[in-house]
Ligand binder design. Sequence first.
Ligand code: MLT
Length: 324
Amino acid sequence: MTSRALACVLAIAFGSVSAATAQGYPSKPITLVNPFAAGGPVDAVARIMSAPMSKILGQPVLVDYTVGAAGTLGVGRVARAAPDGYTLSIGHWSTHVINAAIYPLPYDVLKDLEPVGMICANPLLIVARASFPARDLGELIAWLKANPDKASVGTAGVGSASHMGGLYFQGATRTKVQYIPYKGTGPAMQDLLAGRLDFMVDQASNSLPQVRAGKIKAYAVTAKTRLTAAPDIPTVDEAGLPDLYVSVWFGIWAPKGTPHDVVAKVNAAMVSALADPAVRQRFADLGQEITPPDRQSPEALAAFHKAEAGKWWPIVKAAGIKPE
Ligand code: MLT
């Protein structure tokens, strides 16, 4: 029996252990594990949430990094952590759904994690370095067709949101590109800004600040409607790639076996942070849509997470995407 299994058996046998844990919780700092490099989309969400959640919980919520293999190392760290509410996982559609259909993971995303709550969702933007010759999506596609395998596309690794977006784009346009993996799209963005990458199919929250600053070009947003935060960027339908919709949703999870009332306390802090007007404004500026209140509960995330796995696993497995 592993030490974690033994701890669980003892907690069940002496119900007081779990009750006591929840009662004084939190009595020390909480670690929120970002499975990607600093400066990217998960980091932005984690950092917006950490300050108000720290205030509400009365203990610091510290963002920590365990990066690599498209986020699987960071999620694995939390799946193996003590189920006491002091190590939490923040991630999204690709880290908590897609990766499980690509990588032989030493954890089960549905069985080894306790859903805490869904935070927000953002679409992807098709963006290019400022000096890229194409002026719109049609010109980008024409350039890629004339230059097969020449364009470099930054991703956060095989199976990441940016890689899945790139694969969709490639499939829909029947083009061939070269993927350059990074430990997150934060560092990939630095190379796009420096002109060392040609383009990215990147989360809106990561690209929008650079688009607004005129440092990169945006060709289209992978949504049915334009972003309120960036009304000038056409939708994929308007730009000529109908139906290429991708939405990357974010959530927080705890290790399986975390006491129910500890999960409830973290969820309550998350829900109340999401109601804060300053927090709402920061998400809106990044093109992140906050999850409606009736879908912010642990139960809603559990049901949605399961449904997303049921929807995506067959598609991703059939596509035969191989780990790096
Ligand atoms: C990140 O935070 O770097 C990402 O969410 C990357 C991605 O999945 O494309």
